[in-house]
Ligand binder design. Structure first.
Ligand SMILES: [Zn+2]
Length: 156
């Protein structure tokens, strides 16, 4: 169900291969190593995608929406270890991938233009993307339990 560009960015993130400011600072390319969004911590993969207050707010809203806790630093492993249905794990995973893509996009906006979208706007974009993804790829048969779960988040 995942959008290819989201999967690609997630793969780069999981390999910690993005050229974030910590790396650029160490290479003497950037004069500081502060996070482009919060400007208060060193910009590492862990900080940008899990610890930054901006990312935490987005992950909190997504967690509230999907009735899940996404506060773990290893979110995808955490989702995989849950005793959820395969469909629920898929929805949570594609949502996290979409969130990471949006955080990366907002980080780029912050670096180039010095501004980011409000957290609620990013969250609404993620919800719209996931709804579109889900409806274009949803299975023909959805269990009663999944129907109950997904109807709470207005996906079915
Ligand atoms: Zn930050």
């Amino acid at each position: 169900m995942a959008i290819p560009k989201h999967s690609f960015i997630a793969w780069i993130i999981s390999n910690e291969a993005l050229m974030l400011k910590q790396k650029l600072f160490k290479l003497y390319i950037n004069p500081d190593d502060l996070c482009c969004i919060c400007l208060s911590q060193t910009e590492t993969h862990l900080h940008l995608f899990t610890e930054c207050v901006y990312s935490q707010q987005i992950l909190q809203l997504i967690g509230n929406w999907l009735i899940a806790d996404f506060s773990s630093p290893s979110i995808l492993a955490s989702i995989a270890s849950k005793r959820w249905s395969k469909l629920r794990k898929q929805v949570c995973t594609i949502t996290i991938l979409a969130a990471w893509y949006q955080i990366w996009s907002q980080r780029s906006e912050a670096r180039i233009n010095g501004q980011v979208q409000r957290v609620v706007c990013v969250f609404n974009s993620i919800k719209a993307i996931i709804s579109q993804c889900f409806h274009s790829c949803k299975p023909e048969v959805i269990s009663y339990k999944d129907t109950c779960c997904l109807s709470r988040v207005q996906l079915v």
